[in-house]
Design a protein around this ligand. Structure first.
Ligand code: PXL
Length: 264
């Protein structure tokens, strides 16, 4: 069985974070492992707290887990501070993790900051060079490249800049152009563009679902472009099936989870 590891934080609403990643892994037939970096307190209406875990706690999880089970790939989500990033980098090197997808998480869907300022710089300079792919949304791409993204040309330029930070596949998601949602993958030679229909509304966990799907497909030996296409399709379907379970933003649903009579 193929195995993927998610390194990130707990979201008790299960709409994002490691809970969402596990749902995607399961949906795609991948056995999911988890290393927690932080615990958040959040719902569909409110994000109230982040409790980062210490380096000791993070190292301990890696050590006991990866000396036992070998993973085919890993996805990195929320890394709150420099210490967390440092610990994750040490363990990626130590256990020689391949197919490493970095989702450079900066803010939650509700706007809370999920990384400290100096940590973002550290992530950019020390973690991205170790990655196979970076999956950035517009805000994340702007922050990592310094390019203000307003049109498609800006997305091309930013993806080149992102690639030059040392990843193999730079992905920028969600550029808005003529009422379309445009995603770009740059592999150092070619740009691959996918146009999608823009879907209005706010959805929780689309970035998490995309990056965990992407690493799953890499583990299944899809090419990066095939993985890109398939991940986008998966997120789109999950958005179409999304539900309003609480009083706030909608939660993504992967098809098989949904109960037929449960259509609200
Ligand atoms: O989607 C980014 C993200 C990652 N990890 C956790 C989150 C969120 C967004 O809310 O809560 C735990």
């Amino acid at each position: 069985m193929r195995v993927a590891l998610t390194i990130g934080a707990s979201d008790p609403s299960s709409g994002a974070g490691i809970q969402m990643d596990l749902k995607v892994f399961q949906y795609l037939g991948i056995y999911g492992l988890t290393v927690l970096t932080a615990i958040t307190s959040q719902s569909t209406v409110e994000f109230s707290n982040v409790f980062p875990l210490s380096e000791e706690v993070i190292n301990s999880q890696f050590e006991v887990l990866l000396t036992d089970i070998k993973t085919n790939g890993a996805k990195i989500g929320m890394l709150y501070n420099k210490e967390t990033i440092n610990s994750v980098i040490k363990n990626i090197k130590k256990f020689n993790i391949k197919n490493l997808v970095v989702d450079p998480v900066i803010t939650s869907t509700l706007g809370t900051k999920l990384i400290e300022e100096d940590a973002l710089e550290f992530l950019k300079n020390e973690l991205i060079p170790l990655s196979t792919a970076v999956t950035a949304n517009i805000l994340e791409a702007e922050r990592l490249t310094g390019i203000k993204i307003e049109k498609i040309e800006d997305m091309y330029e930013a993806s080149e800049r992102l690639y030059k930070l040392g990843t193999s596949f730079a992905i920028i998601k969600g550029g808005h152009l003529d009422n379309k949602a445009v995603d770009i993958l740059y592999d150092g030679k070619n740009f691959h563009k996918i146009d999608g229909k823009k879907i209005s509304g706010e959805f929780h966990g689309t970035g998490c679902a995309f990056s965990s799907a992407f690493v799953s497909f890499l583990c299944k030996e899809y090419t990066a472009f095939e993985a890109f296409r398939a991940s986008k399709a998966l997120v789109r379907k999950a958005i179409e099936n999304s539900i309003k379970l609480g009083h706030g933003i909608k939660l993504l649903i992967l098809k098989e989870e949904r109960n037929e009579q449960d259509s609200s």
